[in-house]
Design a protein around this ligand. Structure first.
Ligand code: FAD
Ligand code: SF4
Length: 403
């Protein structure tokens, strides 16, 4: 705590705080939280954060602050930015055990939310507190979306996600797990039973590389692996394909298994995962090989097309070489797309060429009273972007319900 207070004192309390205005997608009042913290008004700081972003404790932990708030901090121009993430995490974690919910009187309106990831949780908490009767449908056994079934528990404590379930229930949200909308229940029926619906179903179909051997038994996807890493008895040499946060999570889980080696292969020389995740992965023993594009999986391993890239991520003139690397297990972690289940059940729902749900400025789909937000609309983004999208969608839903 002492170190953090010294760190908080480095904040210049800028009149025009770029950290808030430019760096943070939910415009967290960073100087405000730091001043409250310095005045030892920890609850006020925690409440300020939670009321603006109910997932503040998650964001303090998993956001890529170096690209967001800290990346815009003026202290960073000539030195190190203020460690905003660490301060937010400490304040939010302490407050999370005794969050004060402001639940208004019931309005008699009913809203269904499909999906309980960051979007669904945020929308549920905001609508529940606004006096709306909310039913939250989730296809998995428990709530959380990527927070529970993607991000490993050594990065995000499951107690936090359980805490969100308790807070949702406290503000009257009915949580219905193990229900896959589009298969177990139709969107049409849910729409008929509610005054509005929010689709927050994310992206759960692993993208395919489209190369031979992808269906071999020892080739698995990041989606399946991260849902329950212990279900796979990884051993020997593990190859992970991909360059994003999911690939780093897979690699970091794999080094915790019985694997002898974990090597992460990246197609170009650009790594999309956050710098600190890459640093953690390397420190834990993950090797990263760049400029290697997989072209075939076999029983014994992977054939790669190996190329050299320059600092602009352009291929150099050096001819590519075909090389083989042995692998006992191959985990493909390249990205995710829509599984199309809701669209299949409700053909009139407008989606784009990539299967992403199309919404208007008010976040409403082409179906009256059906709104959508999060990765299912934007494609893969981040937790804080999902929170920002859910907040905007809730505003639109409340406006729609009051008309
Ligand atoms: C492995 C991994 C690691 C990541 N790490 C980070 C990170 O460190 N920091 C960061 O900011 N972002 C990270 N991200 C991105 C971030 O988690 C997502 O952008 C965010 O979770 C999107 O939120 P969402 O609510 O839109 O969707 P999701 O989190 O995907 O939640 C959607 C929910 O809907 C449910 N659902 C789907 N279909 C149905 C259906 N038909 N019926 C009922 N329920 C359904 C799903 O089970 C899920 O619970 C990561 C993503 C992945 C995959
Ligand atoms: S930009 Fe940096 S110094 Fe200025 S208010 Fe934000 S955290 Fe403080």
């Amino acid at each position: 705590m002492n170190g953090l207070i010294e760190e908080a004192k480095r904040c210049l309390n800028c009149k025009v705080p770029f950290c808030k205005n430019k760096g943070c997608p939910v415009h967290t009042s960073i100087p405000g939280m730091i001043q409250a913290y310095l005045q030892e008004d920890f609850d006020a700081a925690g409440k300020m954060l939670f009321d603006n972003n109910p997932l503040s404790v998650v964001c303090g932990t998993v956001c890529d602050q170096r690209k967001q708030c800290e990346g815009s901090c003026v202290r960073g121009i000539k030195g190190e930015p203020v460690s905003i993430g660490k301060i937010e995490r400490a304040i939010s974690r302490a407050y999370f055990d005794h969050v004060e919910l402001n639940c208004k009187e019931k309005t008699g309106k009913h809203v269904a939310i499909i999906g309980s990831g960051p979007c669904g949780i945020t929308a549920g908490l905001l609508l529940g507190q606004a006096g709306i009767d909310v039913t939250l449908y989730e296809s998995q056994e428990d709530i959380g979306g990527v927070l529970r079934y993607g991000i490993p528990d050594f990065r995000l404590d499951r107690e936090i996600i359980d805490g969100y379930r308790a807070y949702l229930e406290k503000c009257g949200v009915t949580v219905c797990c193990n229900i896959k909308v589009g298969e177990d229940l139709s969107l049409k029926q849910i729409r008929e039973e509610n005054d509005a619906v929010i689709l927050a179903n994310g992206l759960w179909q692993p993208k395919k590389l489209g190369i031979p051997g992808e269906n071999l038994d020892h080739v698995i996807t990041s989606v399946d692996y991260l849902k329950n890493p212990k279900a796979y008895d990884l051993c020997g040499e593990v190859i992970v394909i991909g360059a994003g946060n999911a690939a780093m999570d897979v690699s970091r889980c794999a080094v915790r298994s019985n694997a002898e080696s974990v090597v992460n292969y990246v197609r170009t020389n650009r790594i999309k995962a956050s710098a600190h995740e890459v640093a953690f992965a390397k420190a834990e023993g993950v090797r990263i090989e760049q400029g290697k594009a997989p072209i075939e999986f076999t029983e014994e391993g992977v054939w790669f097309n190996c190329s050299e890239y320059d600092e602009n991520n352009e291929k150099t003139d050096k001819p590519s070489e075909k090389k083989f690397y042995h692998a006992d297990w191959i985990i493909v972690a390249i990205s995710q797309e829509s599984d199309g289940i809701i669209k299949k059940d409700c053909s009139e729902l407008l989606v784009d060429d990539w299967g992403l749900i199309v919404t208007n400025e008010e976040k409403m789909t082409n179906i009256e009273g059906v709104f959508a937000c999060g990765d299912a609309v934007t494609g893969p983004k981040t937790v804080v972007h999902a929170v920002a999208a859910a907040k905007e969608t809730v505003s639109s839903v409340l406006k729609y319900l009051s008309e």
